[in-house]
Design a binder for this molecule. Sequence first.
Ligand code: IDP
Ligand code: MG
Length: 140
Amino acid sequence: MERTLVMIKPDGVQRNLIGKIINIFEEKGLKVIALKKVRLSKEQAKAFYIVHKDRPFYEELTDYMSSGPVVAMVLEGEDAIKRVREIMGATDPAEAAEGTIRKLFGLDKGRNTVHGSDSPESASKEIPFFFSEFELIGAE
Ligand code: IDP
Ligand code: MG
């Protein structure tokens, strides 16, 4: 069993896509073991995306991610990190495969509707960014 951090980004929350997106993950057998809606400050967005601090899109990305509420969740399942990345699709919605969340709902490379941890190392930092151990309620 593996755990990964997923965020529904401001464009997804604003367009009332929370339920549809969670449904896609649940239908694929992933379990929601923690869930919350939060509004990130600019500083929190910069801390979350600190690995991208030298990328040209860092300011734009962190402005965007602090522009409205997001929904953060921890999903659990076999091979959850890789499977979530596959279900989300490529970063640029224009390049995302048919049926992926970013293909279905993404607006552009920045406003691509969902985030998912890209590795076990990222997940182990991103999960505690939002959730304490007692908020993670695993499957019985
Ligand atoms: P990922 O989310 O698919 O892992 P990353 O390359 O890690 O993609 O980039 C993190 C986030 O930064 C993307 O999901 C997207 O929101 C934003 N981003 C990436 N590249 C660009 C860009 O060229 N312009 C604007 N935003 C970008
Ligand atoms: Mg990434």
